[in-house]
Design a protein around this ligand. Structure first.
Ligand SMILES: NC(=O)c1ccc[n+]([C@@H]2O[C@H](COP(=O)([O-])OP(=O)(O)OC[C@H]3O[C@@H](n4cnc5c(N)ncnc54)[C@H](O)[C@@H]3O)[C@@H](O)[C@H]2O)c1
Length: 281
C-alpha cells in the first residue's frame, strides 16, 4: 500500500543489482511512493545484472559509476540534477564488496590491497558521495542520505571478515559528515543496520545459512527482509523523520538488544558438548 510519502521527491539509488538487492526493493517502493530517481551501479553490474529491467519499470535512467571513482560519482550527481531540472532530495548508498571475503581470505590472513579496496568500495565511497554532493550543493534542505550497515560494526560475527571494519567506518562517516551536513545545509545522514538478508552480497558471507537461522531465532520479531528494509528507507527519505540524523538505526527485529533468548536457552540446555564443529562450519 502506497502513502505518497515521496511525492515530488527526487533521488539517486546506488546498488541495485538484481531483484534480490535491497536497493532494488527501495527503488520499487520509492516509485510507488511517488518519487523520481536515477539508478547507478558499476558498468559490470549493469552488464551482468538486471538493472535495465528495474529502470524500465520505474521510468528511471541508469548512470554507470564505480563508487570509488570521484569523476564517475560527480557525473552521476550532475547528470541526475540535469534530468530532474534541480536538486536532489534523497540518496541511497547500498554498496558493499570485499575481495577478502570473495577470495576466502580469513580475517587473520587478509590481503591488505584487498582491505584497501573493501574500505574504499564499502565505506569511503560514502564519504565521496557526501563530499561531492556537498561541494556541488546538490541536496535540498531537509534532504536525506542513507547507507546500509550491519551489526558486525559493533559486535564480532563469525565470517564477516574485513566488512566489519568497513561498516564501522561507514557508520563513523555518517556521524562525522552528518554533523557538518546538518549544521550547514539541514541535510540528514544516517545508516540502517539491517538483519542478514538473502541477496548476492549477503549470500557471500561465510556460514550465512546458520547466521540467518540464528539471528531469526534470537530476534523477537524475526529477521527483517529486504522489502521491510526498503519500507524503513522510505520513512527516512520522507518528511516524517526530519530530525533524525547522525544515527545508526537498527532494523533487525530486536536482535541487537538480545543476549539470551528462550529458544537459545532451551537449545543450550540440551548440551552442545558433543557437537562436532566441523559439521557446523
Ligand atoms: N544482505 C545482507 O545480509 C546485508 C545486511 C546488512 C547490510 N547489508 C548491506 O546492504 C548493502 C546492499 O547489499 P545487498 O545485500 O542488497 O547486496 P547486493 O549484492 O544486491 O548489492 C551490493 C551492491 O554493491 C554494488 N557494488 C559493488 N562494488 C561497487 C563499486 N565499486 N561501485 C558501485 N557499486 C558497487 C554491487 O554491484 C551491488 O549492486 C551493502 O552495503 C551491504 O553490505 C546487507
Amino acid at each position: 500500500m502506497a502513502y505518497n510519502l515521496l511525492k515530488g521527491k527526487k533521488g539517486i539509488i546506488f546498488g541495485a543489482l538484481d531483484s534480490k538487492s535491497i536497493a532494488w526493493k527501495v527503488a520499487e517502493s520509492a516509485h510507488e511512493e511517488g518519487a523520481i530517481f536515477t539508478l547507478s551501479n558499476t558498468p559490470t553490474a549493469i552488464r551482468f545484472g538486471q538493472i535495465d529491467e528495474l529502470a524500465r519499470k520505474t521510468n528511471s535512467t541508469v548512470i554507470p559509476a564505480d563508487a570509488t571513482n570521484l569523476k564517475d560519482l560527480q557525473n552521476v550527481i550532475e547528470q541526475s540534477m540535469e534530468i530532474f531540472g534541480g536538486k536532489i532530495d534523497f540518496i541511497l548508498h547500498s554498496i558493499g564488496m570485499s575481495l577478502n571475503v570473495r577470495k576466502k581470505r580469513v580475517y587473520n590472513e587478509i590481503d591488505y590491497n584487498y582491505l584497501n579496496k573493501t574500505l574504499d568500495i564499502s565505506a569511503i565511497s560514502f564519504h565521496k558521495v557526501l563530499q561531492l554532493s556537498y561541494k556541488l550543493d546538490a541536496i535540498n534542505d531537509w534532504g536525506s542520505v542513507v547507507a546500509l550497515s550491519y551489526i558486525a560494526a559493533q559486535r564480532t560475527l563469525y565470517g564477516y571478515n574485513d566488512m566489519a571494519d568497513a561498516k564501522s567506518l561507514l557508520e563513523s562517516i555518517a556521524r562525522s559528515f552528518g554533523y557538518i551536513y546538518g549544521r550547514e545545509k539541514k541535510v540528514r545522514v544516517n545508516t540502517i543496520s539491517q538483519s542478514p538478508t538473502r541477496t548476492t552480497a549477503g549470500e557471500g558471507v561465510k556460514g550465512v545459512e546458520g547466521l540467518l537461522d540464528f539471528t531469526n531465532r534470537m530476534s523477537p520479531l524475526g529477521n527483517a527482509d529486504a522489502q521491510e528494509c526498503a519500507d524503513y528507507c522510505i520513512t527516512l527519505f520522507s518528511d516524517l523523520t526530519k530530525k533524525v540524523t547522525m544515527q545508526n538505526l537498527f532494523h533487525d527485529g530486536g536482535f541487537s538488544n538480545m543476549g539470551m533468548s528462550l529458544e537459545a536457552m532451551r537449545t543450550y540446555s540440551k548440551g552442545l558438548d558433543d557437537v562436532d564443529m566441523d559439521d557446523v562450519l
